[in-house]
Design a protein around this ligand. Sequence first.
Ligand SMILES: Cc1cc2nc3c(=O)[nH]c(=O)nc-3n(C[C@H](O)[C@H](O)[C@H](O)COP(=O)(O)OP(=O)(O)OC[C@H]3O[C@@H](n4cnc5c(N)ncnc54)[C@H](O)[C@@H]3O)c2cc1C
Length: 431
Amino acid sequence: MVRYFNPQPATRNPQPVFDVIVIGAGASGMMAAGRAAEIGARVLLLEKMPRVGLKLGITGKGRCNLTNQGDINAFLESYSPDGRFLRNCLARFFNQDLMIFFEQRGVPLVVERGGRVFPKSNQAGDIVSALLEFVKDNKVSLIKGQSVKEIVVHSGRVEGVETQNGTFKARAVILATGGASYPKTGSTGEGYQMAQLAGHTIIPIRPFLIPLKIKEPWVKELQGLSLKNISATIFVNGRKDRSEFGEMLFTHFGVSGPIILTLSGRVADVLKQGRVEISLNLKPALTQEQLDERLKRELKTHHLKGLQGILKLLLPNRMIPVFLTLSQIPGYKKGNQISAEERFRIKNLLTDLRITVTGTRPLEEAIITAGGVLLKEVNPKTMESRIVDGLFLCGEVLNIQGKTGGYNLQAAFSTGWVAGEGAARRVLSYE
Ligand SMILES: Cc1cc2nc3c(=O)[nH]c(=O)nc-3n(C[C@H](O)[C@H](O)[C@H](O)COP(=O)(O)OP(=O)(O)OC[C@H]3O[C@@H](n4cnc5c(N)ncnc54)[C@H](O)[C@@H]3O)c2cc1C
């Protein structure tokens, strides 16, 4: 049973009832609270929503891609602005530790394409339940529906938190309020203001892993179509920038899917610099010459077939009308009537299908919020603030963001684990 703490704030009681208060019962907060309690601290976990782990419950399209099987270097390269900040946290509690953690709590896991790890049940809810068990088993006091307004700091030391009902005192506070996207899950970005009020620098927040809005109206005609094994390259004012290889998706407003989401942080950053286009190469495995040979071969073999039919050999059916419009070649034109110049146009569209980015979808729709607490102001060994004594930070409130593939949740769990240990050791060392 969870020891539900009688929600009476300690306004009239100057003695801290708790050693550690954790703000936010999401991925990082539950891990931090459970870990701090496991090593002996009296922990209070405050969650403003009526349920814990709401965002965690919708991760990975409800399946929760909780981590990745990659090695430490693959992880460190997957974060911006500086994965090295996480080296210590990952070394302390890494993917294998996390997998053992869940499997020991009765959640079997599977590894899928790209090393992505999911619960075998395909239920993100199982991950939430296991974390809640961890919290309960270690006798953490949990209060739901309790929104923290402010971190109480005196003379550079944390003293507790202020909620809508009054003050809760503790010697250490862990800020685990997450980012500012999907606000209905409770992650509304209040943690950034709380950290700022406590004296921290906040790198401006912006969407990361966010679908992109596209100018070309034909994109809308392809909504729902996903393309696999393609490459997408950003062009800024005509200059080649970053590329990604993999899967993408057309939507009613533009494009999404893994490679687009991965590129989106960069796109958001360069949009201010001018015209941003994405070049889609639908045949990245072939060189220009190989593709031209392939086209010649298909046109020759099917010389009496209309182009519309020949394109079926090269493209998903739904793309053919768009291709015919863009190439300005009638679909009935036979293979043996296609000129070299027309073949060149087809080849160009297959390898450099350009779309123009008009913007990102709003922050609320981002998978991740970029920006947050300046990493320099946090000790990477303990996750303790270098500005406020006794304040610890973990998860998405920090200015660190990972690509898709389980990297963000692993960062939340690892920083949560280390913050829980750091806070518990800090308060227990006073006794
Ligand atoms: C749709 C979607 C899918 C995703 N899929 C994946 C995936 O498959 N793999 C992956 O690695 N990452 C995924 N992510 C990212 C991942 O969910 C986050 O990185 C992770 O949840 C961050 O953990 P956190 O503990 O920092 O914040 P959160 O999990 O957001 O938890 C923060 C908690 O703090 C609470 N809170 C906020 N303010 C207050 C306050 N003032 N007082 C009290 N409580 C407060 C919130 O209600 C919330 O419960 C996904 C994100 C989204 C939006």
